[in-house]
Design a protein around this ligand. Sequence first.
Ligand code: ZN
Length: 331
Amino acid sequence: MTATADQAADAGADKGAATDTGADAGADTGAQEAARFHALLRTFEGRAAATAGQGKDPVNQPMIRHWCEAMGDANPAYTGPDAIAPPTMLQAWTMGGLSGHGDRSSAYDELLALLDGAGCTSVVATDCEQEYLRPLRPGDTVTYDAVIESVSPRKTTKLGTGHFVTTRMDVRADGELAGTHRFRILKYAPAAAREKKPAARRPRPVVNRDNQGFWDGVAEHKLLIQRCTGCGTLRFPWLPGCNACASLDWDTVEASGAGTVFSYVVMHHPPFPAFDPPYAVALVELAEGVRMVSNITGVPYDKVRIGMPVRLEFLRADEDLELPVFRGSEG
Ligand code: ZN
């Protein structure tokens, strides 16, 4: 309790200092604000997270058996007349189940509410550590207390920016300390919500020496199909060699632009940036016989049908990207 009082006093002092300097210098305002908020959060260190908690059931053989079956743990120490509970079950004996315990302290609720108020509305459990002091045996009654052990300074993670909150639960068996369970969460403001992303653009094609000719054709509004000069087989997409005769020699023919929908899917999920579901993705069979994957334009996604005649056109997706797509016609 002394520690808590000291920390509260420190927090008050920091707050005063931050206010004084904040009046004349604006450069470090963000850092000062963060330090002041952290000092406030630290006043919760040492306060109860849960008090006088009681396990819903005494340590018992059926729960031990279920646990061992679920874990695939056949250790003989967990069965028979002298059975002990697997040490890693420590927290299981304290869990409230569906109906809960209602033993969470008001201090812990206040701490979480403060973090919510600062925009740290998301939570993720990051890790837990346990320490075992004596075995739990069937018949032991379980009680526990939990304390808010520490609140970290502001940290930025891949998920977002927030604070790690560590609680430590002391678990007792028949009144005797049996183990500790230290549990850490990150309360954070999600990164996606903080950063306004620029409007997404469609993915760029990977252009290399094997398909450069195709994209050169697109730039001239030509859909070029590779043709093996060894055996005359047409191929699409572009490849270095012929699947039919293995020849590496080729030229191109320009597609007429006529085709039919050979097959298609309608994309609903998952959403990809720059795409607005639902939309149809079709496997188009060109009049020349090769097939290519593309979008169908000009008809609603739910009117696309196998066999539907389509016609090549070029879609300008953005200033750097033009794509061959196929316009369908209903009826
Ligand atoms: Zn060939």
